[in-house]
Design a protein around this ligand. Structure first.
Ligand SMILES: Cc1cc2nc3c(=O)[nH]c(=O)nc-3n(C[C@H](O)[C@H](O)[C@H](O)COP(=O)(O)OP(=O)(O)OC[C@H]3O[C@@H](n4cnc5c(N)ncnc54)[C@H](O)[C@@H]3O)c2cc1C
Length: 450
């Protein structure tokens, strides 16, 4: 009696937004899937770095352009009253998000190796042999690098690039944090009223229609805040090299709490442990600096207290694979449509300038989006069973500064999981898998590719 051959095994390195979507997509196609993640919680930057919102990549101000697994997760968070539905950034409660990701992986039978990282990889016949830091080796029929740093790809010998073309510089890092004790009445009266052009909410305090909770929301330049910030910097009271506060937004279920994205720390390589340790210390000091500024200056913030710093400093940009196609900023801004589109994005090119206190934003018009091509996930040369997903795909610094946000990296991850599974099931090199096969599966499972 012959035993049925086991389903192909897909290894996903990294349990962030891209990695979770990749593992789910592979498992839902009938593969065995295994995810390796150093942190005890899933979500990557979206939880460990306290980046707890979805930037508006997923609609083009007229319609939704990302569905699939991202849409499923977003809808479930809304149902659980853990996400504020807006036309702009959508804050979510990070613990609820991490719990949902774990539930989804567990219900799909995906093995989670958390507290572990990958340390080596080599091609071995029909497999990619991936070694973990406990010394175990997994013989994978397919693999997805969702480490954000292209670590698996680099270990497996795939060529990578770091930073912008002119000088290799990367965007700065930020230590995000959560505070509590905002006096929402004082904030509502003390800040200038600002009506959001997209959804009509009066900022900075508005009521979330689904939960009825009052939510604090500030993002980007605001003359009132920026003037105080520059005055305090000039007086030597504030040392954060940033000309505005990027984000302060509420946390669903916890009115009066907010998470903050304000710091700015420069490094040349965010994967260098010594630089990362220095950056973390600097980021922690900036948290105290920022809190003091808030208490001193911001209406409604006089009594705020720190609840938590992120478990890790947030890294925006790191090593990326050299893929079959390098998506460019020009292609994004021209709303380029590719025949091998596997995901769409509307988010602006949002560059936190290296070595500067400035941020440059370049938006697409309402109703427009660009495509992310399958070829940007496929290494130009190297192993036959490895795909990249998330922020380490093949893109120049400008394109990367747009596609890096959570809705789009999740859509990319889903496509990578589908591609890795289909290639393994068909016994094909990823380079030989037709993009149309990935597109067909994505469309059949709620993906939006037009
Ligand atoms: C400060 C900051 C603010 C941001 N603000 C927003 C925002 O407001 N909204 C938004 O949508 N996006 C925002 N982003 C962007 C977004 O959070 C990230 O680009 C996105 O979450 C990246 O997802 P990912 O899955 O590609 O990578 P990550 O989330 O970085 O996940 C990679 C995972 O791989 C794991 N890993 C690393 N090395 C290994 C290894 N050797 N073995 C196994 N696993 C490994 C990591 O622990 C991590 O969990 C921000 C980013 C930063 C840094």
């Amino acid at each position: 009696m012959s035993t049925p051959s086991a389903a192909p095994l897909i290894l996903v390195a990294g349990g962030g937004a891209a990695g979770v979507a990749a593992a789910l997509a592979a498992a839902r196609l009938g593969c065995r899937a295994l995810i390796v993640e150093p942190h005890p919680m899933l979500g990557g930057m979206g939880t460990a770095a306290l980046v707890n919102n979805f930037c508006p990549a997923h609609h083009d101000e007229k319609r939704f352009i990302i569905g699939g697994i991202f849409g499923e997760i977003r809808r479930e968070l809304i149902k659980r009253r853990a996400l504020y539905e807006t036309e702009c950034m959508e804050p979510y409660e990070p613990e609820a998000y991490a719990r949902l990701l774990a539930e989804l992986l567990d219900s799909a039978g995906i093995e989670r190796r958390q507290g572990r990282r990958i340390t080596a990889a080599r091609e071995n016949g029909a497999h990619l042999a991936v070694t973990l830091d406990d010394g175990s080796t997994v013989m994978a029929d397919g693999a997805v690098d969702a480490t954000g740093d292209a670590t698996l790809a680099r270990l497996a010998g795939v060529a990578t690039r770091l930073g912008r073309d002119s000088d290799g510089a990367v965007m700065p890092l930020t230590m995000c944090y959560r505070l509590t004790g905002i006096d929402l009445d004082a904030a509502a009266h003390g800040w200038p009223r600002h009506v959001d052009h997209r959804n009509g909410h009066t900022r900075p305090v508005y009521i979330d229609p689904n939960t009825g909770e009052r939510n604090f929301y500030h993002t980007g330049h605001n003359a009132f805040v920026d003037a105080m910030l520059m005055a305090d910097r000039a007086a030597g009271l504030l040392s954060i090299p940033r000309d505005h506060i990027a984000v302060i937004h509420g946390v669903p279920g916890c009115p009066g709490d907010a998470t903050v994205n304000f710091g700015r720390v420069f490094v040349t390589d965010p994967t260098d442990p010594a630089q990362l340790a220095r950056a973390t210390a600097q980021g922690e000091a900036q948290v105290q600096d920022g809190l003091a500024f808030f208490r001193r200056r911001l209406p409604g913030f006089a009594q705020v207290r720190l609840v938590a710093m992120a478990r890790q400093i947030g890294v925006r940009q790191s090593h990326q694979i050299v893929g079959q196609h390098r998506l460019t900023a020009e292609e994004c801004l021209a709303a380029t449509q590719f025949d091998d589109c596997i995901a769409q994005c509307h988010y602006p090119i949002d560059i936190h300038e290296p070595g500067s206190d400035k941020t440059t934003m370049n938006s697409l018009p309402a109703g427009a989006h660009y495509d992310i091509p399958w070829r940007s996930l496929v290494p130009a040369a190297g192993p036959a069973r490895l795909l990249a997903a998330g922020r380490c795909i093949s893109a120049d610094a400008g394109a990367m500064a747009s596609l890096r946000v959570q809705p789009s990296v999740m859509a990319i991850g889903e496509a990578a999981g589908v591609g890795a599974a289909l290639a393994a099931q068909r016994g094909l090199r990823v380079q030989d898998l037709p993009a149309s096969a990935v597109q067909e599966r994505l469309r059949a499972t709620g993906g939006i590719l037009v």
